[in-house]
Design a protein around this ligand. Structure first.
Ligand code: NAD
Length: 254
């Protein structure tokens, strides 16, 4: 453990599983105090319990990030609990239908994917920035994806939502730089989480084909993304803003 995040209050969405859960543990190891948020109270509370068992400080707040009232209440509760918000990792997301061409895609799925993956980042930043602006400091990291940097087949809503997160991240960084706030995104390649399991299942042939497209010839681990997120949030990245960092084993370099 080091102390890169000592005295920092950090809010993580989607903290109950996968990349968000790994980020919560990474922030806690670096000394941060956390608000762990998730739509699923069981998994989010489990993350909090695990952090507390390790001697850390964390609180769970249930929120559906696609709902403005939930997001406002989540940020308000962070301020009530800890008095401030230094860093936010806006990470919750869903994959939608991953094997459906545009001509067969459902409007309801499009709306849900865009709401959970893109509108959520707008809503989170809206309430986080209001608070950070008053203090003249803050750092935000949004989860995009390699699907925010390149196109692909069968999952147009997901690609569109993640390209949107990359654009929104740049816009926020430009708007709020003068207020002393940095805004960046991480763009993971395939990371071994429940989401990747749901997308590829136990189709080993498909996994081999996808893995072969990665220069490092493997998928990533949630902890590897978490490390980048902590770095981007920390003062070590004090001159980095508006960036969308690929954490992808070299995928977008090919
Ligand atoms: P995951 O499914 O393992 O975990 C996602 C978490 O978000 C879950 O705890 C879930 O309950 C929560 N969540 C879902 N909808 C929510 C909502 N409406 N409100 C609040 N919480 C909600 O997924 P993951 O792989 O950890 O993905 C995290 C982020 O990383 C997502 O934005 C995803 O698009 C992105 N991403 C994942 C991969 C990958 O290969 N796993 C690659 C690139 C980007």
């Amino acid at each position: 453990m080091s102390d890169r995040m000592i005295n920092k209050i950090v809010l993580v969405t989607g903290g109950g599983a996968g990349i968000g859960q790994a980020a919560c543990h990474a922030f806690a190891r670096e000394g941060a105090r956390l608000v762990v948020s998730d739509i699923d109270p069981a998994s989010g509370s489990a993350t909090v319990d695990a952090i507390r068992n390790d001697g850390g400080d964390a609180h769970f707040v249930q929120a559906d990030v696609s709902k403005a009232a939930d997001v406002k209440a989540m940020v308000d509760q962070c301020i009530e609990t800890y008095g401030q918000l230094d860093c936010a990792f806006n990470n919750a997301g869903i994959e939608g239908d991953v094997a459906v061409p545009i001509t067969e895609a459902l409007e309801e799925t499009w709306d849900r994917v865009l709401d959970v993956n893109l509108k959520s980042v707008f809503l989170c930043m809206k309430y986080q920035l209001m608070h950070m602006q008053q203090r003249g400091t803050g750092s935000i990291v949004n989860t995009a994806s390699i699907a925010g940097l390149v196109g692909g087949t069968f999952g147009a809503a997901y690609f569109a939502s993640k390209h949107g997160v990359v654009g929104l991240t740049k816009a926020a960084a430009i708007e709020y730089g003068r207020a002393g706030i940095r805004v960046n995104a991480v763009c993971p390649g395939v990371i071994e989480t429940d989401m990747a399991d749901r997308s590829m299942g136990d189709n080993e042939k498909l996994q081999d084909v996808v893995r072969a497209q990665y220069p490092l010839r493997r998928f990533g681990r949630a902890e590897e993304v978490a490390e980048s997120v902590v770095w981007l949030c920390s003062d070590a990245a004090s001159f980095v803003t508006g960036q969308s960092l690929a954490v992808d084993g070299g995928f977008v370099a090919t």
